[in-house]
Design a protein around this ligand. Structure first.
Ligand SMILES: Nc1ncnc2c1ncn2[C@@H]1O[C@H](COP(=O)(O)OP(=O)(O)OP(=O)(O)O)[C@@H](O)[C@H]1O
Ligand SMILES: [Mg+2]
Length: 539
């Protein structure tokens, strides 16, 4: 339970809200709106009885019109509360109530963190992270599917609304991320209302809805949740939804879930490197016919465990264990921001020349680091879908500057282009770019053709390895107190010379089609070694 005091967490109110400042049940003081979904609003509140402890209150956007409906609401909340006590991967329900206006609400533990939707927008997932998140979601689902006991009978519980908004990631410094499923019971109550199938309020959930659910079948079993989990896993791995739709309407989603075949992962994202077994698991979860899906969550957990063991074996067999996670780095949800990049125009204050520069681009996905490069038109086409890599080198002990290089390589010609830029961390702009690179974990490379200089011609997304992100974060920290033994121009000359020295090795690795980011870490270790040597042999 998180018993944070509210005064430290309050953010300014974004809109007027009838509940803010009011007490519910004479006990829960509503302080701020956390978020709203199709079926209600979630608020941060203080529990007056528990010394102002922070709780989350979900107030549904419907009235309980009759006794029968109130009883059903209470029953579902009771089920949700039992599940929350059974599994730490299901949010804890503390209480519930009905306002004077007959509006139902439920009180939950307040979770600090973000839901999976927000998480995926801002962060890349590594394969170990994917496996960890899925494992935890499955543990929560398995507990519910195993059922709860009511008057001696066991009743399996189906969630019915598994989607990224209902999966919450709590970051815990000690144990890492704890994943919790939200809305157990509530989702069932809302989607099973008497005489109703899927209502307008359910529109946000349609992309994750099983074919049988969207058809309006009432008696859904756990395989409906398995289908939604399949959509979720596909999205976590590829960064894209498995189905293509032209609109968000009910009919369009019905067609997609019922008839569209999910594409092969490689066709969605050629950079993905996952085992056939994992891809097959996701595809099986997405089977149109429930009987073709995994029978239960235990089967999914077994496959996930196997994949984890294979991954660990691979890691321990790798000659350079520090960089092993680079081969499993997955791309984030970048398709939207990539599209936004294509609308960018070359800045008026930059010359029409073969140059490159970084830029923090404000997109609907947030602020994303980008690198803009103007190249001859013919050259751009030679680098599309070809090998590329990113290097960062620095000598923080003499000046806080990073040389950031993007290497484009076409092995058939062979042709190489080194796009380099010095990020001076004495400068706020340079520092911000480093910060965003470390936080985002990827950047967009925008190509502009020299012959047609106005509009962005192509976009590539380049992913950083976890060790690169760690390295950048470490340099950021060091830059606070880093000495200025030399000036920035001298630092540039030194970094350039350093980089020239490792270029041949980078090229050799690119020609062998190796991920040359491995070289980076090797080079970094060599640098530590040479620093130690120079320390001991100082005159
Ligand atoms: N216990 C909680 N602690 C902290 N944040 C929460 C908690 N429960 C929900 N939230 C956040 O509140 C937001 C709104 O949740 P809500 O369930 O109302 O919307 P939704 O999941 O997007 O849609 P739906 O109404 O279909 O469930 C979510 O984004 C979720 O991240
Ligand atoms: Mg929800």
């Amino acid at each position: 339970m998180v018993a944070n005091k509210i005064n430290v967490m309050l953010t300014p109110k974004k809109e007027l809200d009838v509940y803010i400042g009011k007490f519910l049940n004479n006990r829960y003081l509503i302080r701020d709106l956390i978020g709203k979904g199709g079926m209600g609003r979630v608020y941060l509140a203080e529990d007056a009885v528990k010394n102002g402890m922070a709780v989350a209150v979900k107030i549904l956007s419907l009235n309980l019109v009759n006794q029968q409906m109130s009883q059903r609401f209470i029953r579902e909340i009771f089920i949700g509360a039992q599940l929350g006590r059974k599994s730490k991967h299901i949010v804890r329900v503390l209480s519930y109530g009905i306002t004077e206006e007959k509006i139902p609400f439920c009180v939950m533990e307040y979770l600090p963190g973000k839901n999976l939707k927000t998480f995926l927008k801002n962060q890349t997932l590594t394969l170990p992270q994917f496996l960890d998140f899925c494992h935890q979601i499955c543990l929560g689902l398995d507990c519910a599917h195993q059922g709860i006991s009511i008057k001696g009978e066991i009743y399996p519980v189906v969630h019915r609304d598994i989607k990224p908004e209902n999966i919450f990631i709590v970051e815990d410094i000690k144990v890492g991320a704890i994943v919790k499923i939200l809305d157990f019971g509530i989702a069932k109550f809302l989607t099973e209302r008497a005489g109703m199938t899927l209502t307008d309020s359910f529109i946000g959930s349609l992309p994750y809805c099983s074919p049988e659910h969207i058809e309006g079948r009432k008696l859904l079993d756990m395989r409906s949740d398995i289908y939604s989990l399949g959509v979720l896993m596909f999205e976590m791995l590829t960064g894209k939804h498995p189905f293509y739709t032209t609109s968000q309407s009910f009919g369009t989603w019905y067609q997609a879930h019922r008839f569209q075949i999910p594409p092969a992962f490689e066709d969605v994202n050629p950079q993905i490197k996952i085992t056939q077994e994992l891809e097959q698991l996701v595809i099986n979860c997405l089977a149109k016919d429930a009987s073709d899906r995994p029978r239960n969550i235990s089967q999914i957990l077994t496959t996930l465990e196997k994949v984890k063991i294979q991954l660990n074996d691979k890691t321990s067999n790798s000659s350079d264990s520090l960089t092993s996670s680079s081969s499993v780095q997955l791309v984030p949800l970048t398709s939207i921001s990539e599209k936004e990049c294509l609308h960018q125009v070359w800045p008026k204050n930059k010359p029409i020349a073969i140059i490159g520069f970084p830029h923090l681009l404000h997109t609907t996905q947030g602020t994303i680091p980008t690198f803009w490069a103007m190249l001859p038109k013919k050259e751009i086409s030679k680098f599309l879908d070809k090998t590329n890599g990113t290097d960062f080198i620095s000598k923080m002990n003499i000046y806080p500057m990073i040389l950031w290089t993007t290497v484009l390589y076409n092995a058939n010609l062979p042709l190489t282009r080194w796009l380099s830029y010095f990020l001076d961390m004495k400068d706020t702009k340079g520092k911000k770019i480093v910060q965003r690179l470390a936080e985002t974990g990827y950047y967009h490379l925008l190509f502009f053709a020299f012959e047609e200089p106005t509009n962005c011609a192509h976009v590539k997304t380049l992913t950083l390895t976890p060790s690169q992100r760690q390295q950048l974060a470490y340099w950021l920290e060091l830059s606070q107190n880093s000495p200025e033994v030399i000036n920035s121009n001298q630092a540039k000359v030194i970094l350039k010379a350093e980089y020239e020295k490792i270029k041949p090795e980078i090229l050799r690795n690119l020609a062998l089609n190796k991920n040359h980011n491995k070289l980076n870490v090797k080079h970094y270790l060599l640098k530590i070694f040479s620093k130690l040597v120079s320390f001991f042999f100082r005159p």
